[in-house]
Design a protein around this ligand. Structure first.
Ligand code: NI
Ligand code: MN
Length: 229
């Protein structure tokens, strides 16, 4: 059994009863989350890219709890230079067996930088993640546009759950995400990265209907809610 908690935007927490891992912990400043970042005690934090709505509270949580930060090399280095005590740099195509499960970094078509008033700090390439956790295989696409290699990712991995952005504007919208779902052949698709702000407003129910018509199972987790699979 894996408990999946959706903190809104792209922040997904997985818990198998022994380990707790969290993707893209954008909590502070996230208008749709009710989560108190002080209550998060993950073993590992997986970050897809350096944009503020993904890096989020990662460094502070890592400082407070000692949680391991897993990220593309340049972003992991950025986190370390900003005080993260515990990092594991990786890069696209590479995998590693952590005690909680096997992690592989996948391609994502997007940017990666941390932007502050004094400039733009590039943090390498963005990524997605294939992770084997609690006996299940998860694909966290990160922020990405549709790309044909999703078909390869699907053929190399029996994906139980795929987390796909549907917000459009910065990432895939619902039509491309539906095409992605088809290529990935995931057993279940969970939409993310929508309705945080008006710019990425979408109706997840319409996305679910679209997937249903294609014979693909879709679960919508309301913000601040959990499911078990
Ligand atoms: Ni982004
Ligand atoms: Mn984003």
């Amino acid at each position: 059994m894996v408990k999946i908690t959706y903190h809104g935007h792209a922040c997904i927490e997985l818990n198998d009863g022994k380990y707790d891992i969290i993707f893209d912990p954008f909590i502070t400043g996230n208008p749709v989350t009710k989560t108190n970042p002080d209550n998060l005690k993950p073993n590992a934090i997986l970050i897809s890219h350096g944009h503020a709505d993904h890096l989020g509270d990662a460094i502070n949580i890592s400082k407070k709890t000692g949680a391991l930060i897993i990220a593309p090399f340049e972003l992991a280095d950025f986190c370390q230079k900003h005080g993260a005590p515990n990092i594991h740099p990786m890069h696209i195509g590479g995998s590693y067996n952590f005690e909680f499960g096997k992690v592989k970094l996948t391609l994502a078509l997007h940017g990666s930088a941390f932007v502050t008033p004094d400039g733009t700090h590039y943090t390498g390439n963005p990524c997605g993640y294939i992770i084997h956790f609690g006996g299940k295989c998860f694909y966290f696409a990160g922020d990405t546009g549709l790309f044909g290699d999703m078909k390869t990712i699907g053929s190399l991995n029996a994906i139980d759950v795929a987390f796909l952005p549907i917000g459009d504007n910065f990432t895939m919208g619902p039509d491309d995400a539906a095409k992605a779902a088809e290529m990935l052949q995931a057993k279940t698709v969970i939409p993310i990265h929508y309705n945080t702000w008006p710019l990425i407003e979408q109706d997840p129910e319409k996305f679910k209907e679209k997937l249903k018509a294609a014979g693909i199972n879709c679960i919508i987790i309301p913000f601040n809610n959990s499911i078990e699979i």
